[in-house]
Design a binder for this molecule. Structure first.
Ligand SMILES: [Zn+2]
Ligand SMILES: [Zn+2]
Length: 436
């Protein structure tokens, strides 16, 4: 932890290269925080059917070209904390899925913060097994922060997560809205899937079942410890977002620290709890005028519907989010070694104005995240890399459990849950297996 911005970022640009707003190149002011322009070449269907070659890899986003390439699966050294951005937007888009950040520590621990739609595929491409995703810390229960949990819950136990899924998240004044209720509902919602897959071993003897969910509901109005083990402490503190029941987190380990805001209006909770943190990951929203145009198919002032779109955008900002200049203000108060904006649509025409607004308050190291940004931190270094994830990746090498450790499956075999009338209609293998 430090109480002043670092002078540089390891092998990245020095802080001097990261100032000021006017006359900057994107590369210099954003640490590669990023504009998506690369377009993949489409695969092709030929006359004879699907041609074999997969599409070419997407080009690196402009602003990220200069960053070193991160190689998924790279092992951490014992003094490192690594933060991987798996989802960085509130509406899913191809280059930016909904929100999730994966934090790995040199002691072998790993933690998931939020799990919005689309991010499961990013974790697979990053080589992260379900067995390393057993603790999920939700900032709040908006869909863009929890909507891929069905995938994580349902498929973990049939792969290599054979222990319960721990879900941390805020309480609510309404008893049926908080994390306990959410976990109960998730469990109920997935019953058919759970039963259907229970012809496979889904648990370890003496360790519960992979299909168990253990909720950890945290009082949203309080600051306190959410998790503490193995030298890691994760604290929660209130966020101000839409409706009572949102929180932010601060992780600390071996003197290194990270704050993840989730969604919040600018608040003194943040300026207090994030002060001096190593990496502050904070949401940021485009101005209402940009929102109104971009999220309405390009409506401009004077067009029918523009005023209504602007009104909606202003309501969203008023209830929910942190404007660009407010993030600059927060960074100037907290002075992290690195500030990273997320929950932000990265485009050629959004990052420049955003960075300028942030820079009006703050000249320290700052980046805007896209999916695939990886930041590795030690006490003496801060390194940012980018990975152009393999869009055709398969599941990484799973954790292996000897069969003696596994609980026997609930159902005897793959056909045990199918009734005789259905089974009579199964075409026998010998009928479609070619002879000779
Ligand atoms: Zn959100
Ligand atoms: Zn939200």
């Amino acid at each position: 932890m430090s109480d002043a911005p670092a002078s540089g970022l390891g092998d990245l640009d020095s802080q001097d290269d990261l100032t000021p707003a006017d006359g900057l190149t994107r590369r210099k002011f954003l640490l590669g925080g990023a504009v998506l322009a690369g377009v993949a070449t489409a695969g092709a269907f030929g006359a004879g059917g699907l041609l074999g070659a997969p599409p070419a890899a997407a080009a690196a986003p402009p602003g990220m070209e200069g960053l070193p390439a991160f190689v998924p699966g790279t092992k951490l050294t014992q003094d490192q904390m690594r933060i991987s951005f798996m989802g960085t937007c509130f509406l899913p888009r191809i280059a930016q899925q909904c929100n999730s950040v994966f934090v790995e520590l040199g002691n072998g621990d790993s933690f998931v913060f939020d799990f919005g739609s689309g991010v499961s595929s990013k974790y697979v491409a990053m080589g992260v097994q379900y067995s390393r995703m057993t603790r999920v810390f939700l900032t709040h229960l908006h869909g863009d922060h929890m909507s891929d949990l069905i995938t994580l819950y349902c498929f973990g136990p049939s792969m290599d997560r054979k222990t319960p899924l721990h879900i941390y998240g805020p309480s609510s004044d309404a008893g049926d809205e908080g994390t306990n209720a959410f976990c109960n509902d998730l469990y109920s919602l997935c019953k058919w899937h759970r039963e259907a897959f229970s012809f496979l071993p889904t648990g370890l003897k003496g360790h519960g079942d992979g299909y168990d969910i253990v909720p950890h509901e945290l009082p949203y109005m309080e600051s306190g410890i959410a998790y503490q083990a193995n030298g890691v402490t994760i604290r929660h503190f209130p966020a101000i977002h839409d409706r009572d029941g949102s929180i932010s987190y601060r992780l600390e380990w071996k003197g290194l620290s990270m704050v993840f805001s989730g969604d919040t209006k600018p608040s003194t909770y943040m300026t207090r709890h994030a002060r001096g943190v190593d990496v502050l990951i904070h949401e940021m929203v485009v101005p209402a005028t940009v929102w109104a145009t971009k999220n309405s198919g390009g409506l401009k002032p004077g067009d029918t519907g523009y005023r209504a779109a602007l009104k909606t955008a202003k309501k969203v900002q008023e209830s929910s989010h942190t404007p660009e200049d407010a993030l600059g203000y927060i960074l100037s108060k907290t002075r992290p070694r690195l500030g990273i904006a997320t929950h932000f649509q990265v485009n050629d025409d959004t990052v420049g104005p955003a960075a300028k607004a942030v820079r009006s308050w703050y000249g320290g190291p700052f980046a805007i995240a896209v999916d695939g940004l990886v930041v590795t931190v030690t006490h003496s270094s801060m390194k940012a890399e980018f990975v152009d994830l393999d869009r055709f990746a398969w599941y990484p090498k799973p954790k292996f459990y000897p069969s003696a450790m596994l609980k026997p499956p609930k159902y005897d075999g793959p056909l045990a849950q199918l009734n005789d009338r259905l089974l009579r209609h199964v075409i026998p293998e010998k009928d479609y297996t070619k002879r000779g």
